[in-house]
Design a protein around this ligand. Sequence first.
Ligand code: GYE
Length: 334
Amino acid sequence: MRRFCSVLLCLSFLLGMVSCSTTNASEPSVEDKYVIGFSQVGSESDWRLANTKSMTSTFAGDDEYELVIENARQIQENQFSAVRKFILEGVDFIIIAPTVEEGWQNVLTEVRDANIPVILLDRSVAVDDDSLYLTNIGSDFSKQGKLAIDWLEKESEFQKNRHPDEDHTVQILHLQGTIGATAQIQRTKALEDAINTHSEWEMVGQLYGDFTEAKAYEVMTDYLKTNKNIDVIYSENDNMTFGAMRALDEAGITYGTNGQVKIITFDATREALQYCLDGKISLCVECNPMFGPSVKELIEKYRRGESIPKHVYVDETAYTTYELTQDIVDGREY
Ligand code: GYE
């Protein structure tokens, strides 16, 4: 509501079409609605598409809310412009899924000066003053990293006991998401910390895949031209994993239960779970994007003046082929 309607009215006046409202008399007009501006990271992955869908379907057809989404195409500057546009329009609420953590101090201060509440969704921001936002809802990325490392520890122990006479070095290739994004920072930290404490684990390379299938395919194809000794790929999201699998196929390198390379992936989308059930991916760490309804609940709590926690984590687990069934895979929402 707020200034959103006056901006629309001004525009209408300017265009000389004040009387041509298209609102049906029985439908509430946008002026009556609680307007939420949502700056989304982009559409880089299946996770992201599912998250956008969860948000749109939560608010779609709701007489009380109007959700306005701006896609930043993974560029932080686009997010700044979107947020400033929301301020100008006088939206009632702003949701930001930050591309990266750094750089938010100024724009969040502008939002606070405009008296608009903010929820951070998915990733976090690095600011001195956490009162610049109400809450941060999303995954516990360090827990996800821990789930991955716990599995790798068990798997390497298992291989050691199975082949006691072989070389036990674990050569790990790391595919990284958008550098500076919370998901990348925490998942990377879990691996780097573990490499420092496991003398037999060796990082053979860190490749930048920007959370996209295309980029991961490109860097993996290039890498495999000269390096083929990989025991484990630690890939920071499913779409990069799909790109890597294509590159491995083309290079004739096997992976999965009976293959040379074991793949660890994050997100656990339906497609990745299917590969896991089929024995091609060894571990899927879950990252659940379907929290649109929880976001709405938080906004409603805020509007009722109830207190809300500073961080709301979604519930997540990890899957190997042994935990999976076709029913679990088929029932996957994303
Ligand atoms: O893992 C990836 C997406 O921040 C949780 O971003 C998100 C990550 C997710 O593009 O697929």
